[in-house]
Design a protein around this ligand. Structure first.
Ligand code: GMT
Length: 373
């Protein structure tokens, strides 16, 4: 198949997932065309089946707001016509699904029918999409898509609850490439971070409010009182400065390192003993799955789709959003006991295997065939 993929080319979960999907499809012999405003973060190598088409937006001085959606729709028309794509798969509804709808209408005037699959990722529904500023367009463009998928059952139900959706939404969970995300020998790195064999706790996110990154710091402060430990905060975003200040206020800076945005997350996860994701809302929690694939147990909130991933008391623990005391209690229970830690690690890995790329990729391929059929 010739597949066009539209996504946000950033470190966010939807962009990561879309890029990994494209890479996986290309490896299976499909021709994959990424259409985005910059090179996707994880698309940093050459493959004969992978193509990248940049959407550039005119910055004509009349525009206070440059019309990205129009530029994207025009690019989609161009790429579909000249690369003869079979299907367009857009990740994140806003504004990709509506741009795809517009492109589809324009292509129809050339006698070209291009099916569009929209994958809902989370904040495009749970936060931004519900905003009245966008809601009518989001509803319309979901309903106009030829196929709609959601990354968890929770997200599917939330979409039905808050939008008037006439389409069947198929749940296709997120996946992880376990050839990349696996435990790697990184002893020198471990030694540098934790010279006295302290436990290593990791958090990765975009440091937006919804991630409750300050909860990670509060939980860690309680952990470090009981168990010698180090915390690695990976990623960057608006909450980072507050987290750094909080570490100073709590006097735990010596035990916390902020690593900023990192490409090789799997290498950091390889030295981790525990991953913390206390999010306010999370449609799936791809970062937690990546941790589990590297044999790291997870302490998460029970928000959104997290219960579909984290098995409470088995792969880690789940607590109410904001329940710092319980998260710390559970974290200490895992970290303080070698045997317990090892069994949680094994469980995390075997659960992650259920979401391996090799299992989920064929589901997407079959779904494309169904839509094309
Ligand atoms: O979590 C974010 O803020 C990024 C966001 C995105 O769209 O990139 O992530 C969403 O999509 C991921 C991939 O499907 C999911 O794993 C995340 O749970 C979801 N985030 C939220 O629902 C908050």
């Amino acid at each position: 198949m010739k597949i066009g993929i539209v996504c946000y080319p950033t470190f966010g979960g939807s962009g990561v997932l879309a890029t990994e999907l494209g890479k996986g499809l290309a490896e299976k012999g499909h021709q994959v065309h990424f259409i985005t405003y910059s090179q996707p973060a994880r698309l940093d190598f050459f493959s004969e089946n992978l193509f990248y088409h940049e959407v550039s937006v005119s910055n004509y001085p009349l525009f206070d707001y440059a019309p990205y959606e129009l530029a994207l729709a025009s690019k989609l028309v161009d790429v579909v016509r000249f690369e003869k794509l079979d299907i367009l798969h857009v990740h994140y509804a806003i504004p990709h699904a509506s741009a795809a709808f517009m492109a589809k209408q324009i292509l129809a005037t050339y006698g070209i029918h291009i099916p569009v699959v929209t994958t809902l990722h989370g904040t495009d529904i749970t936060l931004v999409g519900k905003d009245l500023t966008y809601k009518p367009v989001v509803t319309f463009s979901i309903n106009q898509s030829d196929g709609v998928t959601a990354v968890s059952e929770y997200l599917k139900q939330d979409t039905y609850k808050h939008f008037e959706i006439t389409k069947d939404i198929r749940v296709i969970p997120n996946f992880v490439d376990m050839n990349r995300f696996k435990l790697k020998a990184k002893d020198h790195f471990k030694k540098a971070i934790a010279p006295n064999n302290e436990r290593i706790v990791v958090h990765t996110s975009n440091f937006r409010k919804v991630k409750r990154t300050q909860d990670v710091i509060y939980v860690f402060e309680k952990i470090v009182k009981e168990v010698p430990a180090k915390l690695l905060m990976v990623g960057d975003g608006p909450e980072r400065a507050y987290c750094e200040q909080l570490c100073r206020d709590l006097d735990i800076c010596d035990n916390v390192r902020f690593l900023g945005k990192q490409d090789a997350v799997e290498e950091i996860l390889s030295v981790a003993d525990l991953f913390i994701m206390p999010s306010e809302s999370e449609s799936f929690g791809l970062a937690a799955l990546e941790a589990m694939a590297c044999k790291v147990p997870v302490i998460t909130s029970n928000a959104g789709g997290l219960p579909e991933l984290n098995v409470d008391g088995v792969t880690g623990f789940m607590d109410e959003v904001g329940d710092i005391a319980s998260m710390a209690h559970h974290a200490i229970a895992i970290l303080a006991d070698d045997d317990k830690l090892n069994s949680f690690k094994e469980n995390a890995l075997s659960r992650a295997k259920e979401f391996d790329l090799s299992i989920i990729l064929p589901i997407y391929e079959a779904y494309y065939q169904e839509i094309l059929g």
